[in-house]
Design a protein around this ligand. Structure first.
Ligand code: ZN
Length: 390
């Protein structure tokens, strides 16, 4: 029998309440014994909600807990992400632990980043490289033949779970997920951006997934060597751009790593771009940093200006991540990083700036030295005329 939408809505509220009560129970727990009880209950409820494709209950429960700013919010977010990316599967009577992973790559190109497909041969080569340097050498790995930009990644928990299931299905057939490029939505082009190589890794239940679980190496050291050993491979897959690989890890934590590292990478890319494409050196630059507000501080916008004319030639957005807010001293971090890139003149604005975008092209407006939000104007070579990039 079909249910009316109104009765479904009532059930959704009940699920959201159950989720938040269980997460609050877990966060208040004082012993491992109690933790285990709450974890089992919470996981079962999340799995039920995911099975019903009830995205709303997950988000309502998260929102409700985030208003209270308690640890329960963290507990619930961790539990949901865990249920999405991790699953025990059975293959020929053996039990395997399977994990959705991403190997993020930061990249920039003066031409803007294009779409990158990966041939079957390279998928095999990357799997071998991942087994050798990152995951259990006996792990089964299935990858996707396409590098996702952030706005092409699944938007909701349920869509992410669906993609995980699809890749896991390929893994069980010992193959990779070969997408048709037409199935992937279009992406906006930025000078610098992230790309994600997604996959599922499976090991026998009880075995380690990552090498650092077995050899107790620090993930930072493994990341440093991954940047080197993966360089040649990614240069074949992503030609004509500058790249930096990030440690492949479980999906959600690796996405957060990529977001965080992209902020500094974008500054470095901007400095290189201005010097190589527009012949603007650090000595002729003044950089302006301004905080843009909606109700709260939403992001910083960083303008690269001509020191004499104060024209804004280039701009980047420095988003706030996780619990960051206006007290997070991000301006100091941005200033220090700009200086480490060789930019001596940096001005940070104290006023609250509006979160404005160009009405024609939708691109963000950036603050000039007076704190007015303006459009980027690139100097044209051999011409005093300036070009608007529409
Ligand atoms: Zn515009």
């Amino acid at each position: 029998m079909k249910q009316s939408p109104s009765s479904k809505r009532g059930r959704g509220i009940r699920s959201a309440e159950t989720l938040s009560r269980l997460a609050e129970g877990l966060s208040a727990s004082g012993s491992r014994a109690e933790d285990e009880y709450w974890n089992i209950k919470l996981e079962a409820e999340i799995k039920k909600v995911i099975l019903e494709k009830d995205e709303i209950s997950l988000n309502v429960a998260l929102d409700k807990l985030s208003e209270k700013e308690t640890r329960a919010h963290e507990e619930l977010a961790d539990a949901i992400e865990g249920c999405i990316e991790f699953e025990r599967i059975f293959l020929e009577n053996n039990s395997f632990d399977s994990l959705l992973i991403t190997a993020p790559v930061l990249a920039w190109s003066t031409l803007g980043l294009s779409n990158f497909n990966i041939s079957k041969k390279y998928l095999e080569d990357i799997s071998a490289l991942l087994r050798k340097h990152i995951f259990n050498p006996d792990a089964q790995i299935s990858l996707v033949n396409y590098l996702y930009s952030p706005d092409q990644l699944p938007e909701s928990f349920i869509e992410t779970k669906q993609l995980k299931k699809t890749i896991t299905h390929c893994l069980m057939k010992n193959s990779h997920l070969l997408l048709n490029e037409k199935e992937i939505k279009e992406t906006s082009t930025f000078l610098a951006d992230q790309r994600h190589l997604l996959g599922v890794v499976a090991v026998k239940t009880g075995d380690h997934i990552f090498q650092w679980q077995d050899n107790f190496m620090r993930p930072e050291d493994i990341e440093a060597s991954w940047k080197k050993v993966s360089r040649e491979m990614f240069s074949k897959i992503m030609p004509q751009c500058a790249r930096e690989a990030i440690l492949p890890r479980a999906y959600y934590v690796a996405c957060r790593d990529a977001d965080r590292q992209l902020r500094k990478f974008s500054i470095q890319a901007s400095v290189s771009y201005l010097a190589s494409s527009l012949s603007i050196t650090n000595e002729s630059l003044l950089v302006v940093i301004g905080g843009c507000y909606d109700r709260h501080l939403e992001e910083y916008r960083i303008s690269f200006c001509d020191k004499r004319s104060f024209e804004v030639y280039h701009g980047i957005v420095w988003p706030l991540l996780g619990p960051e807010d206006e007290l997070s001293e991000l301006i100091e971090i941005i200033e220090a990083y700009l200086k480490s890139c060789g930019i001596a003149e940096v001005k940070s604005l104290s006023q609250r700036l509006p979160l404005e975008f160009c009405e024609e092209c939708g691109s963000p407006l950036y603050p000039n030295i007076e704190g007015e939000m303006v459009h980027i104007e690139q100097p044209e070579n051999d011409s005093p005329q300036h070009q608007h990039i529409h």
